[in-house]
Design a protein around this ligand. Structure first.
Ligand code: FES
Length: 393
């Protein structure tokens, strides 16, 4: 059922019916996953496991139509991601179109496939922001995780070029048990690159990352040390007058209350997959809910009236302990995808919550992190071959 078709355990949608619209905001943040193609094979990718099995990509014109409809609905920010969005030959046209429509545009890239000329053309077309993601500060670890021998040198070069061309420099380091002990080196590299913002984000366990959670989840001691080192650097850099912003994101597996995922289901966020599925979050494709396709249904209808987008709006879907919880307006029951992946029922409270009867699953994962030995050979890498094997079951 991971391709979004209804699974037999939930043969019908018990709550939202077609045409029934529940209170919602505007889709301010539109994420266009332009392609599932990617030259890297990061084991923490959040793309669906069976991505290689999905249909053809939307055309240039279909994407531009989606962007225009998004603006009409009130979307202001448009992210280009993937896979690797640079793989799309029409990226300049898409950036230019979005810019003319008035979007603030953001390219989320590994930097592989980028060069000075393309970056300048993107700038001319109106791109506002480029976020380059790194796997590690160390060439060998970075390349091992990316599955490419040249990735690190290329990323460094492109990160420098981002700065040189006058974009805000935003770096994203996905941290995990294999690289988090070198957080000092990571921060120093970011300082050297003159980054403006750095996201030091321990990965979230969706898609391929969920399959690799044992080899990714840091121990509590690793996390605490990394946070302490980050705080030390914050103090030191501020004292030196360095304006760099270090953003440290802990994995929710070490929390006792869940995040209010996506700021609420179908409230501000809308993502469109390469083949046109409209989703309220990047992982919802695996849920036993039928989501509409932008090639067949208008974005307005999808956002306001589709059963998929209305499914977890409001709180009438909630079971205990969420139903009577005094924090339900803050966390909305947490992440439905996490509840589904870990408990098999998306209506359960997110097991991250200490009140959930399934919280033991999170505690077990944390306990296992204390025992696991780092071994990169145990990674399931995200690539087409593995995806096809998984899709075949
Ligand atoms: Fe889907 Fe959290 S990622 S609801």
């Amino acid at each position: 059922a991971s391709n979004g078709s209804p699974c037999s355990a939930h043969p019908q949608l018990p709550i939202a019916e077609y045409g029934i619209e529940k209170p919602h905001g505007r889709p301010l943040w539109l994420l266009a996953e332009l392609t599932y193609k990617c030259p890297l094979q990061c084991p923490y990718c959040s793309n669906p496991l069976d991505f290689a099995d999905f249909g053809s990509e939307l055309t240039t014109q279909q994407w531009l139509d989606v962007f225009a409809q998004g603006r009409e609905l009130g979307a202001v920010q448009l992210g280009f991601s993937g896979g690797e969005p640079l793989v799309r030959q029409d990226l300049i046209e898409l950036i230019g179109g979005a810019h003319e429509m008035g979007y603030y545009t953001n390219l989320i890239t590994s930097g592989v496939g980028l060069n000075e000329r393309k970056m300048a053309e993107f700038h001319k077309a109106g791109l506002d922001h480029i976020q380059v993601s790194f796997q590690a500060s160390d060439e060998s670890v970075n390349n091992m995780l990316a599955g490419s021998k040249k990735a690190f040198a290329q990323k460094l070069k492109m990160a420098r070029e981002v700065k040189a061309q006058g974009y805000p420099m935003v770096l994203n380091f996905v941290t995990h048990r294999h690289n988090i002990d070198r957080i000092d080196r990571i921060i120093e590299l970011c300082v050297e690159l003159e980054a403006d913002y750095v996201e030091l984000a321990t990965c979230q366990y969706y898609g391929w990352a969920f399959e690799n959670v044992e080899q990714l989840l840091p121990t509590r001691a690793q996390l605490e040390r990394a946070e302490a080192v980050t705080n030390e650097y914050r103090g030191k850099l501020a004292a030196e007058g360095n304006p760099i912003k270090l953003i440290f994101v802990t994995p929710d597996y070490y929390e006792e209350r869940p995040k209010g995922c996506m700021n609420g289901w179908g409230q501000v966020f809308l993502t469109v997959t390469p083949d046109g599925k409209a989703l309220p979050c990047h992982s919802a494709r695996m849920l036993p809910i039928e989501f509409p396709n932008v090639a067949e249904t208008s974005l307005e209808e999808i956002w306001s009236k589709s059963p998929g987008f209305n499914y977890f709006r409001g709180d009438d879907w909630m079971k205990e302990p969420c139903r009577s919880c005094d924090e339900k307006d803050k966390d909305f029951g947490g992440c439905h995808c996490q509840a589904y992946m870990m408990t098999g029922d998306m209506h359960n409270a997110d097991p991250v919550c200490g009140k959930s009867q399934h919280h033991g699953l999170i505690v077990d994962a944390r306990d296992r992190a204390e025992q696991v030995i780092n071994n990169s050979e145990d990674f399931l890498f995200r690539n087409e071959r593995n995806s096809r094997i998984i899709a075949k079951g």
